[in-house]
Design a protein around this ligand. Structure first.
Ligand SMILES: C[S@@+](CC[C@H](N)C(=O)[O-])C[C@H]1O[C@@H](n2cnc3c(N)ncnc32)[C@H](O)[C@@H]1O
Length: 307
């Protein structure tokens, strides 16, 4: 198993980590689980990301869009904002961002772009129909005034089984996100499903089935961990998930003498049987663990290696 785990982990990092951003393994796996589970349960709706930066999280979300659903990505990109605090935030953290760079990254993973809106996050309610969404990722400005509006927008946009993910809900450098999110819980009916190190997941629907299923997944998966925590009157899930630990690549096999007879069972292109079995195991694991977009890249790499 170790070789397979090493290969998977290396692939995941290599593929999504070619895009600069702040979307870490725990949340990559939790996003994948939530988005896939919604589809399994027949929850249909549009997807929205407020704050895409260079596309790291958008690439993954884009992989779960189903026929008939739209994915709208909104960001200021290189555009102006009239709010001085927000302008300073842009200059400090995202000075080299352009919509073109986002598009180039996205198109390396997907054949076509999502709907891209270059504007402040508050306009999202004019661009996506109210009540039409199943997933909203709030990761734009981290200033209180903006996030408080994003909480309201998420409430407007989400349908009954919709889920919102808030980035940086507990970080030292952006207390405004925490203030806006917990205000959402105390004053606006937001129900927390769970928290990871970097994101808080919530709904305005019934949170309990989501909490139960999330904890079940975290408990059953050997690369995840979870527990219940009480906050106010809510029993939320603390979630951690990861990719199998990277291991050093296996040593290259010693060269065989040319005259040696062929292995008992070889792959289609004369590939040694053990390699074929190993690739089969990797593909199987990849299907279980990885977002489809990364599995497809992995499969392409394996095919290229065989040539
Ligand atoms: C933390 S980054 C997003 C990271 C991205 N989701 C990822 O996982 O890599 C925040 C983004 O929000 C954008 N942004 C900042 N203020 C905004 C606002 N008021 N409206 C829309 N986008 C904003 C920035 O341009 C930046 O790209």
């Amino acid at each position: 198993m170790h070789d397979d785990a090493a290969l998977l982990s290396a692939q995941v990092q290599a593929e999504l980590d070619t895009i600069k951003g702040w979307f870490f393994p725990s949340d990559r796996r939790i996003f994948s689980w939530l988005l896939a589970r919604q589809t399994e349960l027949g929850v249909h709706g549009n997807l929205v990301e407020l704050g895409s930066y260079l596309g790291k999280s958008a690439v993954l979300i884009g992989d779960y869009v189903q026929p008939g659903e739209t994915f709208t990505v909104l960001d200021l990109f290189e555009g102006e904002t009239s709010d001085a605090g927000n302008a300073a935030e842009q200059a400090d953290s995202y000075a080299t961002l352009t919509e073109q760079r986002f598009a180039e990254n996205y198109l390396r993973f997907h054949p076509q772009l999502p709907t891209v809106v270059r504007d402040v996050s508050s306009v999202i309610v004019d661009r996506v129909p109210a009540g039409s969404c199943r997933f909203v990722h709030v990761d734009a400005s981290h200033l209180y005034d903006h996030v408080a509006v994003d909480v309201d927008s998420a409430r407007t946009l989400l349908g009954e089984q919709g889920i919102v993910a808030f980035d940086d809900y507990r970080s030292e450098h952006c207390p405004g996100v925490a203030a806006a999110v917990w205000e959402g819980v105390l004053d606006k009916g937001l129900q927390v499903i769970g928290v990871s190190e970097n994101k808080l997941y919530a709904t305005w629907g019934d949170p309990e089935p989501w909490r139960t299923a999330l904890l079940e997944w975290l408990t059953d998966d050997q690369n995840a961990w979870g527990q219940r925590l009480a906050v106010y009157d809510q029993s939320i899930v603390r979630a951690k998930a990861w990719f199998p630990r990277a291991m050093p690549p296996p040593p290259a096999p010693a060269p065989r003498p040319v005259a040696e007879s062929a292995p008992a069972k070889a792959g289609a292109a004369g590939q040694p049987a053990e390699d074929v079995r190993r690739e089969g195991r990797v593909k199987h694991l990849a299907k279980d663990l990885l977002p489809p977009v990364v599995s497809r890249h992995l499969a392409r790499r394996l095919r290229a290696r065989r040539r």
